[in-house]
Design a protein around this ligand. Sequence first.
Ligand SMILES: [Zn+2]
Length: 239
Amino acid sequence: MTDFIEYGSKRIDFKLEYSDRRTLGITVTPGLDVLVKAPVDTAIDVIKERLRKKAPWIIRQLSFFLSFQPRLTDRKFIGGETHLYLGKQYRLKVISYESGIMSGDSVKLKGQFLEVYTRDNSKVKDLVEAWYLAKAKERFHQLAQPLFEVFIKRNAIENADYNLSIRQMPTRWGSCTAKGRIILNPELIKAPKACIEYVIVHELCHLIHHDHTQKFLDLQTREMPEWEKWKNKLERLLA
Ligand SMILES: [Zn+2]
């Protein structure tokens, strides 16, 4: 069954399962579900009281996972629309050209404009997305290299031939594999550089500590003292 509690201005929804156990357990999943497992005879008031006491912890857990939920508003890819690149807004300008005048379609930044030259207006979205992906590949490697070097010195990762992949992920900004490969969402190219660095540092710290424990947080704070500021910015910017 599902139910909820109110805590301050926040509403916390939870899923409740009764089972043959002696204590009450609360977990927060990366899918943002709050799961409560309770002994069969526990009154709902008792469960809600326990949830209220644990609410600060639950909110903290939810906000960790939430920071990796890309929530980008849909764009129509028509002239005049604003598009983000490295945290700055650029206005989309679609410039049509006749065949023969120019050699091919292209995208470039010019002043405060993101200019798209094309013969076919239906291709604007594809052209802009390909441009973002190319920029993501180029810039993520530049930003990651010095950060990887710090972790190579710590022996957290093996060599300078660093492992960075770029992959569209529906619900995360970044992740890492057991073998030490860092995966970044190309959508991150829309965020300021420091936000991108924060996600890289966060994932690199996971190569040493796998959970969001205090040890993990201490390491993350040592490597990037202002991480919280950039985490907040990332959440606000793309919301
Ligand atoms: Zn994490």
